[in-house]
Write a protein that binds this ligand. Structure first.
Ligand SMILES: Cc1cc2nc3c(=O)[nH]c(=O)nc-3n(C[C@H](O)[C@H](O)[C@H](O)COP(=O)(O)OP(=O)(O)OC[C@H]3O[C@@H](n4cnc5c(N)ncnc54)[C@H](O)[C@@H]3O)c2cc1C
Length: 372
């Protein structure tokens, strides 16, 4: 079997790449070991939050801002093409402070953001409770990020894959790639057991598992799984109006009515099971942000493996000395937010077009240079 491009993995990233390639008329095949969107993507909170602070590297801020800008049109486009509603909607976020130290930190962070052009109101206690009566009345102050959004992440991946398929892409589930096929200095395809699939280009988009290609290709791909747990509560009739976040947790009511409490950040290898300690911690934190959540009923808990990188930024680019391969993984805590722009950038790379923004900072070779 032959195609122009093989995409390995159908999370938000692989599905977005497959969709953009199919839209550009490329003959593409998306190969997914399990089911579309059922790993990190389906486990995520689905927040599309491009706000940044003094610690955010400028190229990352530009990438996030551009991707957030692409979302409204993409959500519409997916609805028109597939009839699927990815639940994209505004989800303003209150970053709250409960003690003096947190308030000072928040003030300093906001100062930097305002100096850099962000419109982020400072709210005193009364104004916070006016905007979101569910917040713990012990709140001292908050910053309100009105320009943040959320969606249903599994629906995003599924709609992208469906739209790609409607445009002629082949989307195969249950297709676990064991090996990359190479010819000289070129990656020429993939193998699934005895089956060989050849292509002009291969895109590695298998998230936390992308690091597994480092050994066969003999290039550094420093991506490791970082587990994140979430708890879901049923809160009928008492949905939160805003996202509420503090330094160590956030709560958000999703378009499907569940209220999600996030999250943990754990370096525990490829173990994506939620734990008693993780769930317990999140259940304790939620009523501290919004006391009425103590009366909510438990719906479920799950975990996913974020593809983490040493500098927290994704790896998007070619993998020299290999030809015929592009890497697009390592989106860590922002793979939902960054899915639209990653799809477009990888399509630019494959079609050898000038990328819509500078991507040098995300070049996978940055780790090669450091090692040399
Ligand atoms: C708890 C939690 C909350 C999060 N919240 C947010 C958020 O609010 N906003 C945000 O932007 N991001 C969030 N993230 C991060 C986001 O989920 C990830 O960055 C994103 O899902 C990564 O997408 P991906 O497609 O690279 O990886 P994945 O979704 O993991 O997809 C990779 C796919 O590759 C497949 N695969 C692996 N190996 C093979 C193989 N050999 N052959 C074929 N297929 C293979 C897997 O089965 C998988 O489906 C969160 C993550 C977690 C865990």
């Amino acid at each position: 079997m032959n195609s122009d491009v093989i995409v390995i993995g159908a999370g938000a990233i692989g599905s977005s790449i497959g969709y953009q390639l199919a839209k550009a008329g490329v003959k593409v095949i998306i190969l997914e070991r399990g089911q579309v969107g059922r790993e990190a993507t389906g486990a995520s909170a689905g927040m599309v939050a491009a706000s940044h602070d003094r610690n955010t590297p400028q190229p990352f801020a530009a990438l996030a801002t551009e991707s957030a800008r692409l979302f409204p049109a993409l959500a519409e486009e997916l609805k028109d093409r597939t009839g699927m509603d990815i639940g994209y909607r505004r989800a303003g976020r209150l970053q709250v402070a409960f003690d003096e130290l947190a308030e000072q930190r928040l003030r300093a962070e906001r100062g930097w953001q305002v100096d850099h052009g962000a419109i982020v109101p400072w709210l005193d206690r009364a104004s916070v409770l006016d905007l979101e009566p569910a917040v713990n009345p012990a709140v001292r102050a908050a910053v309100y990020y009105a320009e943040e959004y959320q969606l249903l992440p599994l629906m995003l991946a599924q709609a992208l894959a469906r739209a790609a398929a409607d445009l002629g892409a082949a989307v195969r589930e249950g297709a676990a790639i064991d090996r990359l096929l190479t010819e000289g200095d070129r990656v020429a395809g993939v193998a699934i057991g005895d089956e060989r699939i050849h292509a002009d280009q291969v895109v590695i988009a298998n998230g936390s598992w992308a690091g597994g290609w480092a050994t066969p290709l003999e290039v550094p791909i420093p991506i490791r799984p970082i587990r994140g747990q979430l708890v879901a509560l049923r809160t009928p009739g008492t949905a939160l109006r805003t996202v509420i976040s503090a330094q160590d947790a956030y709560v958000v009511t999703k378009p499907d009515g569940l209220t999600i409490i996030g999250t943990t950040v754990e370096d525990v290898g490829f173990d994506s099971r939620p734990t008693a300690a993780g769930i317990g911690r999140l259940l304790n934190l939620a009523p501290r942000l919004a006391p009425r959540l103590a009366d909510a009923t438990f719906s479920g808990a799950w975990a996913g493996l974020r593809p983490g990188t040493p500098d927290g930024m994704p790896l998007i680019g070619r993998l020299p000395p290999w030809r015929g391969v592009v890497l697009a993984s390592g989106h860590f805590r922002n793979g939902i937010l960054l899915a639209p722009v990653t799809g477009e950038l990888v399509t630019d790379l494959i079609l050898r077009r000038q990328p819509r923004l500078a991507i040098e900072a995300f070049d996978p070779s940055r780790f090669l240079v450091r090692a040399a």
